[in-house]
Design a protein around this ligand. Sequence first.
Ligand code: PMP
Length: 307
Amino acid sequence: MLKDEPHFLRSIKSSVRNLNAYRVTQDFSRVKLNQNESPFDVPQDLKEEISRKLLEYQWNRYPDNFASGLTAKLSAYTGFPAQGIIPGNSSNELLQALIYATCNSGDTVVVTTPGFPIYKRIADVMDIRVREVSLRRDFSVDPGHVIAASGGARLVVLASPNNPTGLTVPIEDIDAIATAIDGILVVDEAYFEFCNQSAQQLLAKHWNIIVVRTFSKAFNLAGMRLGYMIGNPELMDELGKAKLPFSVGLFQQAAGETVLENQAFVKTNVARIISERERVANELKSIPLLQVFPSSANFILIRSWKV
Ligand code: PMP
């Protein structure tokens, strides 16, 4: 603490003051790669449809807290019962609700590294301990290491596909981890639409798995802030209490419903991104001293070796 700083800053707890501000360059270059967003915007006719819906709503009223219309459409999209689905104001919000609903200060969350930095950031605010399990040299997850690290942990978080590696965690490994741990296993599937596997298939077998997804990538809606989680309905009832009420506003509900009613553009864009991903990866492989990792997401991890 600086000697001459205003005294009111001392009210801010050290776990917050020690964080670095979360700064991301708002780069508007034609090719913008730093946030793994979709390069495509939502089609104009759908933007107009969303705007029309918004004009019909009453803005002076709070939105439906359970976003029932959106949840019903998510149920059709995922093939999962609506009682086991909670939409949120981005997957980040849901990850925060999950971590805060399960952990007190001093409790432990297990994550893999390198990984998405937000899990640790959320935990740090509440002095929740984060045990970081290193990925193997090829960036795959060692399930034995995750299981060994998870003793006493309330939560294990795996991203599949992982950011920044683009690798999925094999379903057998997710199955083995969910079987072995006492706590909850969160599988962050932000890039789900770009790969062809999901831990959703394990939900009937493992009550302790929760799948978290976002509209920010395949649905081209990063600016809107919309995500959802799916899992055991009893667990969802409890977790829903930790989320802020009304955090999914009218705008997100209208946008989410409209894109789910008109998914053709999502499939087209995902197919374009996957074919472009493979084309660029193959081109990059021909450049000496570049190691290109196989990606199941909408980005590619490259290692460059110095001569
Ligand atoms: N999880 C992972 C693995 C991500 O890479 C990202 C975004 N970069 C998110 C979650 C956050 O998604 P949202 O926009 O829904 O907060």
